[in-house]
Design a protein around this ligand. Structure first.
Ligand SMILES: [Zn+2]
Length: 479
């Protein structure tokens, strides 16, 4: 850059410029920002939107209309000039030129063997044709015009089929069809993290599942997550510029504006700048939210809550996450705390909760709570699904464990319904295969126990439609 500046000043820039010998028929693509000049008998086709920006760095001693030397734009030119020589090769093959903004192809009709070219102007791109040699006719949109050397035609996007007939050498410019933009949604749970590629119709296109690593520094974990998100884009040949952003759902207390996890008791993270750690690896906007809020958002944009404005979702897993949407928006409360309805006390002085209090809903309605009660009742370690199936098969001990579990969960659901009067309560996370086992009794509790009963509005209850994808899709929808 210093030499470039010095040579402009000393007027000897031409000494170091690269001369590229050309022959008739050669086409070179000179990318924007490249210092260039042409010799005689060379045609320059500037493919660009209307713009009068030319940064002049050398003017061959010419003068303007007023007789004075024309202004040079040295500082601006220094900032934008690519100081790499153009290489005469075919790197854009099979195109004449191909870049982020346009693609140029060469059309050659010899007038005998090849004398006609038919194409279609789709809605995705206009077609611009510059005839460098020859003559003939061009038809499009019900019109036929003749062309000769030097003419150019602009066929508007969506104008349909076109035909070029005659003899010609022409440059045909179109906008390359690019992949539709996508978003990435990341759902971080106690043990597993899922990274999903989500399109603009909120369909999950692909995903990666990875372990939620708590034995490495959090920044390192999130940098790894960023790299895996990059891999996912690469796998689908989607450029980073096609990714609108990343939404991350994290359990715990979230500073949404700052992109910071203030505290996550289930994972042990304390003041972690998630947005910064991820965007260091993948340069797109990163937004974060509470995982339960993200699951509720997912159901509201693409799941069972699509037709509702006010809903509450309880997600059952390692803990009990509760997301509240009022008027379609996350209810975040004041400050960073968010709503933590999993930590409402349902049994005064009851079981010790991960938060340090006793008797929280989470201490009973989480999977950990269910397993603990089964262990106490039968002294065998069982998975939630084993507990549910033994209960269904008629095991009276497990039946009692499950009934008590559902009743406690139902107490939490009724309290939430009384607090927010949602139109819909959604249950997600780990539920028995036969969902009605849980839905039925809780529906009955809502009808009997909601304040005002039939005189008020008793919310409906449903199971998540997106299942384990709710968090990923909801996280992506925050971007
Ligand atoms: Zn608690």
């Amino acid at each position: 850059q210093e030499e470039f500046a010095r040579r402009i000043e000393q007027n000897n820039l031409l000494e170091v410029l690269n001369a590229v010998p050309v022959h008739k028929g050669d086409i070179l693509f000179i990318e924007s920002g490249t210092l260039h000049a042409i010799g005689k008998n060379i045609l320059i086709a500037e493919i660009q939107q209307n713009s009068n920006v030319t940064y002049r760095v050398y003017d061959y001693g010419r003068v303007g209309k007023d007789g004075k030397q024309r202004d040079l734009h040295i500082e601006k030119a220094l900032a934008v000039t690519r100081r790499v020589p153009i290489i005469k090769d075919n790197s854009s093959y099979p195109h004449v030129a191909d870049c982020d903004y346009f693609t140029v192809d060469k059309l050659n009709l010899d007038g005998s063997f090849m004398k006609k070219m038919e194409g279609t102007v789709t809605k995705e791109s206009f077609v611009s044709i510059l005839f460098m040699e020859g003559e003939g006719t061009i038809s499009n949109d019900g019109e036929t015009l003749s062309f000769k050397k030097g003419d150019s035609f602009f066929l508007a996007a969506g104008s349909g089929s076109y035909v070029v007939e005659g003899k010609c050498d022409a440059l045909v410019t179109t906008i390359r069809e690019k992949a539709a933009p996508v978003r990435i949604g990341i759902d971080i749970r106690g043990s597993k993290t899922r990274i999903g590629l989500v399109d603009f119709q909120y369909q999950l296109l692909d995903e990666i599942e990875t372990e939620t690593k708590t034995d490495i520094p959090a920044e390192e974990f999130f940098a790894n997550i960023g790299r895996q998100a990059l891999d996912l884009l690469e796998k689908h040949s989607i450029g980073v510029d096609q990714c609108v952003g990343i939404g991350v759902g994290v359990p715990g207390t979230i500073d949404r504006k700052g992109g910071i996890v203030r505290y996550s008791n289930n994972i042990g993270w304390n003041r972690v700048n998630v947005a910064e750690a991820i965007s260091k690896v993948i340069p797109v906007p990163v937004v974060i939210g509470n995982d339960a809020d993200c699951a509720a958002l997912g159901e509201s944009v693409a799941g069972v809550g699509k037709d509702y404005q006010d809903m509450v979702m309880l997600r059952i897993g390692t803990g009990v996450g509760v997301g509240v949407l009022l008027d379609g928006d996350i209810f975040g409360g004041r400050g960073f705390g968010g709503s933590e309805l999993g930590h409402m006390v349902i049994v005064d002085g009851g079981e010790l909760c991960t938060c340090g209090r006793r008797g929280c809903l989470e201490a009973y309605a989480s999977i950990a709570g269910l397993k603990r009660e089964a262990m106490r009742a039968a002294s065998i370690e069982m998975s939630a699904q084993q507990i549910y199936s033994q209960s269904k098969a008629g095991d009276m001990v497990m039946r009692r464990v499950v009934d008590t579990y559902i009743h406690r969960l139902g107490t939490g659901v009724v309290n939430v319904a009384n607090g927010f009067r949602p139109q819909l309560v959604i249950l997600g996370g780990e539920l028995p295969e036969d969902q009605e086992t849980v839905l039925g009794p809780i529906r009955e509790m809502l009808q009997k126990e909601c304040f005002g009963r039939e005189h008020g509005d008793v919310p409906e209850i449903a199971v998540s439609a997106l299942g384990k994808n709710a968090g990923v899709i909801g996280a992506a929808s925050m971007v």
